[in-house]
Write a protein that binds this ligand. Sequence first.
Ligand SMILES: NC(=O)c1ccc[n+]([C@@H]2O[C@H](COP(=O)([O-])OP(=O)(O)OC[C@H]3O[C@@H](n4cnc5c(N)ncnc54)[C@H](OP(=O)(O)O)[C@@H]3O)[C@@H](O)[C@H]2O)c1
Length: 257
Amino acid sequence: MSSVDHSISGRLALITGASGGIGSAVARSLWAEGCSLALTGFSKLQAVEDLVQELLPKRIHESQKATIYKVDTGDSAALEQLFGDIKRDHGHGPDILISNAGYGKRFPGILDVSLEEFDHTININLRASFILSKLSIPHMEAQKWGRIVFVSSIAAIGGGINACHYAASKAGLSGMMKNLAARHAQSGITVNDIAPAMIGDTGMIADAKAVQGTPGDVKNIPVGRLGTPEECAGIVTVMCKTGYLTGQSVLLSGGLK
Ligand SMILES: NC(=O)c1ccc[n+]([C@@H]2O[C@H](COP(=O)([O-])OP(=O)(O)OC[C@H]3O[C@@H](n4cnc5c(N)ncnc54)[C@H](OP(=O)(O)O)[C@@H]3O)[C@@H](O)[C@H]2O)c1
């Protein structure tokens, strides 16, 4: 039978894209739960350094540790290197994987999306989650406890304001999530995804103006506002703390379909 251990204090969480809006909010939330953190950034590494400086004085136990890595998640060799570095710094691989780093350039439609752009988007949004899961699962299997959360998008479900390349990359995550959840449930590993829409205070959507005139315009959002990174982090934290929740995609969209 799989474990009923919901405690995440003392667990090590790898969060990719911790330099961004949602990733940094998840880092704050899991740190407040007592997790140690392995945080990645890429072009904005300084933001991760600032985040760690903010978190360290809020340590809730002595052994809590946060480490920082510069990684291009589109580069498979860099992801392998990341796991070597995490093992060196923490003594083992992540107990919790939050595959959050993502990329999506907005185009009007398929005719504007080059093959290079399609491949680049798939590499960062989908292939990276495959590699990160593959690298994470052996340690999780060995200890019969693990949590994997992919940050997907409403685009996986049918909405979204980007073109089809982004929707394909995020829908791929949902299929992979369901397969992994079924295959690894017996080992105490849960796998879920969160599908946010129109989350403000992020690099993707700075504010309501950024989505004006798109299907994600605030006037189309039933709750009448953008979502917040903290609301995403709340769902991700519940996913980490709830061993009976697996194979699920949670649409966090203020009612937008
Ligand atoms: N905001 C929304 O409304 C929304 C909606 C649906 C889904 N999402 C998803 O939420 C996730 C987080 O995005 P966000 O909204 O928080 O936007 P964000 O603030 O722009 O964060 C994006 C993060 O992804 C990282 N990243 C992008 N390309 C990378 C690469 N090649 N290698 C490594 N890291 C890379 C960025 O790192 P650097 O900045 O350091 O390069 C950054 O930390 C993404 O997967 C996105 O698709 C967001």
